[in-house]
Write a protein that binds this ligand. Sequence first.
Ligand SMILES: [Zn+2]
Length: 284
Amino acid sequence: MPFVNPLRMLQDARSGGYCIGAFNLVDFLTLRAIVEAAEAQRSPVILQTSSASVKQLGIKALVAMARLAAGESPVPVALHLDHGTDRAVIREAIQGGYTAVMIDGSKYPLEENIARTRDVVQEAHAHGVAVEGEVGIVAGVEDDIVVRQDAAIYTTPEEALEFHRRTGVDFLAAAIGTAHGFYKVQPKLDIDTLRKLAAANPCPMVVHGGTGLPLDVVRELVRAGAAKMNVSTQIKQTYIDGLHGYIEAHRTEYNPIKLLDHARRELVAMIGEYMQVLGSAGKA
Ligand SMILES: [Zn+2]
């Protein structure tokens, strides 16, 4: 089936008490691994591309690749632009076949964030494309944006409600103490805030920084109302560790297909396990 708008997927997840994984692809191998895991688990899935992969491959190539890998898939697949900051790239994604885009205006003062987000919502909705916004600031490194953990600003339910009401955004990234990249110290998560946000807010909530959280914590976030969980760093780590592991064990073998297949299988297993923890397995 063609890419679906993920809003319904996330609403179903929220009412069903489970969560949809949004996995960042970096190339065709990671893309195939995500789709393969979703099919094996019978799980709806969101494919995500970061600004870095957009810079490297371009929107056209990413859409073509994703269509090739997921176009015939029996499970619902959405294609989402993660952390859009460049308005021109967001427009290209909306017009080019993405079914959701994130406009990350969190570095701006609230009023400007609202204005920028509303502008994207108007254009996206005219094309049937869903929009993710962000209020509060998620810590860590996302592309070239670095936010120290103590500089992150947690989202309040009042702020989230106002943001949703004034922008018409479809789902919202909440800053609740998770961070992008690897955790240097165990994060102090404000799961109670997430619970309040999910209870107060009329739109599904998104948690960024799903890598490296203990699986119990991920389950707790799902129970607290996370409808979309972003997983990026874990994909890169499993990919690179998979390559290293194979090369170290087969120093004199020169068969890239075997090497890449090994990394892909490791990714399929990791992503499948994550889908089971999120509870999306079996929901497609
Ligand atoms: Zn993020």
